[in-house]
Design a protein around this ligand. Sequence first.
Ligand code: SAM
Length: 251
Amino acid sequence: MRIDVLTIFPDWFDGPLRTSLLARAVEQHALDLRVHDLRDWTTDRHRSVDAAPYGGGAGMVMRADVWLAACEAVWNDLRPQDTAGAQHPPPEARYRAGGERPRTVLLTPRGRPLTQALAGELAAEPRLTLLCGRYEGIDERVHQLAATDEISIGDYVLMGGEVAAAVVIEAVTRLLPGVVGNEESPTDESFTSGLLEYPQYTRPAQLRGHAVPEVLTSGDHGAVERWRREQAEELTRRRRPDLLDGDEGHG
Ligand code: SAM
């Protein structure tokens, strides 16, 4: 799968990209992750991406002209030097703002909440483009003309979309074939079954007066299965009853 990220802090992604399963997914070519600097599509000396909001108010808003030029260039694999400041992509370009475009996610607290079901839907796409906002957010015309989806990672406000984009990348990448070593684990965990996951234990069996539940060392696979199911149901009832009502949107 290919994921393009547009951000004013491309270096932010260096850490996550060099570590853990994400780095391995890139090495194994399961994930083709390309991070682009939005400022490459600015036209002024200061490389500015923001301006004061029309109608007044606090803070700055990210400019739609820069964002749309950047999106169209990235979608069509065009170089910044050929497209910065362009009003439209070249006539032969396949993708354009307001028209046909790859699935493009604008990260925003106003978006649809990210769920495991949505991550699964995104993981089935051949290609995603993630747009990371900063300041007070992005001009509404980018929401209308570039985004195909607006996604929120939770009901709180971050300083920028980079953390949210990283969350989407991790949630999606671990669902790609071959990325998580044990092929079974993505289907047997929290949310996938509509329940939170049951408690897990490993060695040692005794620790500071706390023993592993006997059923797990009994060798009775049926009993283990039943215990796990009961635990998962009980935990979900106590902590996330909304999941049992089907509010989470497993589809
Ligand atoms: N003024 C905006 C509002 O009230 O909705 C918040 C802007 S926030 C300071 C800057 C950027 O961080 C946003 O454009 C968005 O890209 C990102 N962001 C903040 N919180 C987020 C969340 N919960 N989910 C996804 N993206 C978020």
